[in-house]
Write a protein that binds this ligand. Structure first.
Ligand SMILES: Nc1nc2c(ncn2[C@@H]2O[C@H](COP(=O)(O)OP(=O)(O)OP(=O)(O)O)[C@@H](O)[C@H]2O)c(=O)[nH]1
Ligand SMILES: [Mg+2]
Length: 326
């Protein structure tokens, strides 16, 4: 085996294109076992009698750019029709545990984390796991600064559509949503034919653990208020644990979704409903976060309060897109 020596990281930056072409054209990637990648090249024998194979091995330890190319190479993407989008802001206590809990499920789910430059280094934990344990099934989008849950999900939805996933999930990082409920949300869409399934706290009584009574009441009455104003026939209108069929997200004009916090969750449900999709609520138990800190604040609440009225006005005057049967 010939060891391909690459001397400095600078060299690889300059020669990035060459290496890319090398991977795509002349060489075939044999297999990855990061930090080492094995290539082979088929060459003709000098005497013209047949072929022989040359093998190459590259250590990527010092070459982050090469690692990025390889990570995005189709061969390194494992297969799944499902992607769970997890937005994070300062979730270092939870992120590794929640990622491992999803990958421990029997069904294969992929994960896309959208981190808004968490000062606590959440993204670094994800990057480590991408390289060590979950290459090709764990992905990360890093954004600069806290830009809100809504825009994080929109970025994730676009990525998931581009990467051809059929079932696209929303889930919090803080274990309020139990990863063990993912298969039930999936089954409502994949087996029962619904377009959107919602992990609902209020479908059979109130299934919330460890929230102070004031917050339970606020959330419950907020849901009632939304139903009253919008006419949505959903019990848990602010829920953020969901599974969308691809066609829902390819129908909705994602750039026109205007809200960012709880109102984002309501707007997505309302738009889905107005487009004529079938929605199912799946009962789940919601547990208050044990670790990390809450990002809930007054502006998120007031956006939701007034936003609901704007949604109702939209409902009267806006034309909703026809279902995209992609
Ligand atoms: N990327 C990104 N993620 C966010 C942002 N705000 C919140 N999150 C994440 O969104 C999820 C839900 O936020 P939470 O802070 O749990 O909000 P909550 O569930 O309403 O409140 P608590 O459970 O009381 O903390 C968590 O995974 C957060 O880390 C943001 O601005 N950007
Ligand atoms: Mg939470």
């Amino acid at each position: 085996m010939i060891r391909v020596k690459i001397l400095t990281d600078k060299l690889i930056t300059e020669k990035l294109f060459t290496y890319y072409v090398c991977i795509k054209k002349n060489f075939n990637v044999a297999f990855f076992q990061l930090p080492i990648v094995f290539f082979f090249k088929k060459s003709e024998k000098k005497d013209g009698r047949g072929h022989f194979f040359q093998f190459f091995q590259i250590e990527t330890k010092n070459f982050p750019y090469l690692r990025i190319i390889i990570r995005n190479h189709p061969l390194s993407m494992k297969q799944s029709d499902c992607i769970v989008i997890i937005p994070t802001y300062n979730e270092k206590e939870n992120i590794e545990k929640i990622i491992r809990a999803v990958f421990a499920l029997e069904k294969a789910f992929h994960i896309l984390v959208i981190d808004d430059g968490s000062p606590d280094g959440t993204a670094d934990i994800v990057k480590r796991l991408m390289q060590t344990d979950f290459l090709g099934e764990l992905f990360l989008i890093e954004r600069s600064g806290k830009q809100g849950l809504g825009t994080a999900y929109i970025a994730g939805f676009k990525w998931a559509l581009e990467h051809k996933y059929d079932y696209i999930f929303e889930m919090d990082a803080d274990f309020s949503h139990d990863p063990n409920d993912l298969p039930r949300l999936y089954s409502a869409c994949a087996d029962e034919g619904y377009d959107l399934s919602i992990g609902s706290r209020y479908i059979s009584g109130v299934n919330v653990i460890n929230w102070p009574m004031s917050r339970v009441l606020m959330s419950y009455f907020a849901s009632m208020y939304v139903r009253l104003i919008t006419g949505l026939k959903i019990q848990d209108t602010t829920a953020g644990f969901k599974c969308y069929k691809r066609r829902v997200l390819s129908t909705i004009q994602l750039d026109k979704i205007r809200f960012k916090g709880y109102a984002f969750q309501i707007e997505m449900k309302y738009t889905t409903y107005k487009c004529g999709f079938k929605i199912k609520e799946v009962p789940v138990v919601f547990v208050n976060r044990v670790e990390g800190v809450s990002k809930m604040n007054g502006s998120i609440f007031s956006e939701a309060f007034f936003g609901v009225m704007r949604l109702r006005l939209d409902g009267w005057f806006k034309k909703y897109p026809k279902i995209n049967e992609e």
